[in-house]
Each structure stands twice: as structure tokens, then as C-alpha cells.
Design a protein around this ligand. Structure first.
Ligand SMILES: [Zn+2]
Length: 318
């Protein structure tokens, strides 16, 4: 059994969280059941520790709610460290022993740069061992500065993205669809698309039908900003076509795409859609990863999209 927190003075992790011990950089981020802090050891600047608020000694003892938060939080934390430190790789590891006994579990999220490799001449566990041998934790000023930046990236508002229907002809509908086409055309041309090229693409593939009763457009909002969109077309025989999947570059890497895909799937189910399909292009690598993660499988071509060379489908109902 694990208790809420260990007795003061018996667990470093609990003492840092409770404030019984000084925490350089202060708390970086928190969810309902987890906390993110800067590592107090010598594993380098920007290395974070992700640990449960409860005094848990074994991953197998995490409860359902703690487990559900863990994956998204590790990804979010790794993305934040990547944005701020720009490492070659981010190690995520867990070696929770203290004084020869199992200790409060804490996932170390460590950005590793080429400079680390040059300085310590090692990578992986050998790099960590070399860093512990050197035993030089970063200075508190540096930690404060990097934690302030990490807090900015991880600020609670960053996750507060809401998804709601919008009309394609509304101001925000037009704005996000224009951004979508600018992205698609620029990628296809390998350079920034001109306004004229974007207009032409939008005329060629109108979005006016992405509204009830034949379809819909969902937009993702963060505060007053529209950060993404997804469209749905209702086709005969319980079929739905997902289209206009887009996340603004500034909002990428935070799960907005997955949130949009889940929202459009829910909306499709409400319209008695049993199968969703979409087409995409082999050069849209982030989008393709998103579709694979959300359960889409490649199928034979079902149309001739101007910008597509991959066709995908997902069964969502019986
Ligand atoms: Zn503890």
C-alpha cells in the first residue's frame, strides 16, 4: 500500500513537493496527480523529473487515474524540453532507488545535446553515470531561467484547447481554412504559397458544404486564437469523409490534432456514420502519424484528390 505522502524527512521526492526542502526552479508543472520539477541531481540543465503526488514506490502500484495521465504528461514534458533546450534526443528513464531501497518513483526527462556528448564522451546510461561522477549540478540562476521558460511552454492554458463547430464562411472559419490551404499549397510547391495560389486552391476545392446538414467544420480554439480545424462530409451508406485536418504550426506537438480527430469521430457517430475515410499526402508526415495513432488504416484509392496519394479508413460503428 502507498500512502498519500511519506513522513517528512523520509522521502526526498515528497519533501521537495511539499516544500519541506528547497526546490531549485520551483514547481514547473502540475496535473491532478503528477508534478513536474527540475531535477536536483547533476543530469544537466533542463532535465525534469515527473513524479506522482502520491508516495508511490513501484510503477505497478499506480492507480488507473495516475496511469491515464502519465503517457500524455511524459509526451508533453518531453515536447516542452525539446522546445526550450533543442536537444538531439530526450531520454526518459526511471531508476528509483535511494539508499539501497525502492524510492518514490520519478521519471527523469533529460534533454541530451551534442555538447553533452562532447563534454562527457558518452551517451545513454554511460552519459548519466559520467554526469553523476562529475557531480556538478547546474547553478540555481540557470535553473530558474530555464524553469521560467518551461513553465511558459507548459502553462495550464497550453492544454486548454476547446473544439466546437464553426461555419466555413464565418471570419474564423475562413481564416483557419486559408491557413490550411496555405500550408498544403506551400508544401506541394516547396516554397511559401502566394495569396493568389491559396485563393485558387480554395476556389478549386470549396469548403462551403462543411456545414449542416451535409457536413460540419470543427475549429480548435485556444483563448481567442483558432489553432486548428477538421471538416466532415456526410456521404451515403454510413460513410463520412474527414477533411481539412489542420493544426497551426505554433500549436503543434500538444495533442491538438488528436483532440480534433476524436471530436470529429464523436460528431460522425452522432450522425450515424459507421466508417470514416480520408485522403492525405505522403509528404504530410505529422498528419500521417496522427492518423496512424488514431486508428486509421491504409486502403485502396477511393478518389482523386489533387493533393493526395494515400487513402485511409477507420471503422467507428457497426
Ligand atoms: Zn515520496
Amino acid at each position: 500500500m502507498t500512502t498519500a505522502a511519506a513522513a517528512p524527512g523520509t522521502c526526498l521526492a515528497c519533501d521537495l513537493t511539499s516544500g519541506a526542502r528547497h526546490l531549485p526552479g520551483g514547481r514547473v508543472h502540475q496535473t491532478a496527480r503528477w508534478v513536474v520539477e527540475h531535477c536536483v541531481g547533476p543530469l544537466g540543465l533542463g532535465t525534469l523529473v515527473v513524479k506522482p503526488l502520491r508516495h508511490v514506490l513501484h510503477v505497478a502500484d499506480l492507480d488507473e487515474a495516475e496511469s491515464a495521465e502519465l503517457g500524455p504528461l511524459l509526451r508533453l514534458t518531453s515536447a516542452a524540453v525539446t522546445e526550450v533546450i533543442q536537444p538531439e534526443q530526450v531520454y526518459v528513464c526511471l531508476w528509483s532507488h535511494a539508499g539501497g531501497a525502492p524510492a518514490h518513483i520519478h521519471f527523469v526527462v533529460q534533454p541530451v545535446t551534442a555538447a553533452d556528448h562532447a563534454r562527457f564522451g558518452a551517451r545513454g546510461p554511460d552519459l548519466q553515470a559520467a554526469m553523476f561522477r562529475a557531480g556538478a549540478p547546474p547553478g540555481e540562476d540557470e535553473i530558474d531561467r530555464v524553469c521560467a521558460r518551461l513553465r511558459g511552454v507548459l502553462r495550464p492554458g497550453a492544454a486548454d484547447v476547446t473544439v466546437a463547430p464553426a461555419m466555413p464562411g464565418s471570419a474564423e472559419g475562413r481564416a483557419v481554412l486559408t491557413a490550411y490551404f496555405r500550408d498544403i499549397v506551400s508544401r506541394a510547391r516547396g516554397r511559401e504559397a502566394t495569396p493568389g495560389e491559396v485563393d485558387a486552391a480554395m476556389r478549386e476545392e470549396p469548403s462551403d458544404d462543411l456545414r449542416p446538414p451535409g457536413g460540419l467544420l470543427l475549429v480548435a480554439r485556444q483563448g481567442h486564437a483558432v489553432v486548428g480545424c477538421v471538416g466532415l462530409r456526410l456521404l451515403p451508406d454510413g460513410l463520412g469523409e474527414v477533411t481539412r485536418v489542420f493544426v497551426q504550426p505554433v500549436a503543434r506537438g500538444r495533442g491538438v490534432g488528436a483532440q480534433l480527430m476524436h471530436a470529429v469521430e464523436d460528431a460522425a457517430r452522432d450522425c450515424a456514420v459507421a466508417r470514416l475515410r480520408l485522403d492525405t499526402s505522403s509528404d504530410l508526415t505529422e498528419a500521417r502519424r496522427l492518423y496512424a495513432r488514431t486508428g486509421y488504416r491504409e486502403v485502396a484509392p477511393f478518389g482523386e484528390g489533387r493533393w493526395s496519394d494515400i487513402w485511409l479508413e477507420k471503422v467507428i460503428g457497426s
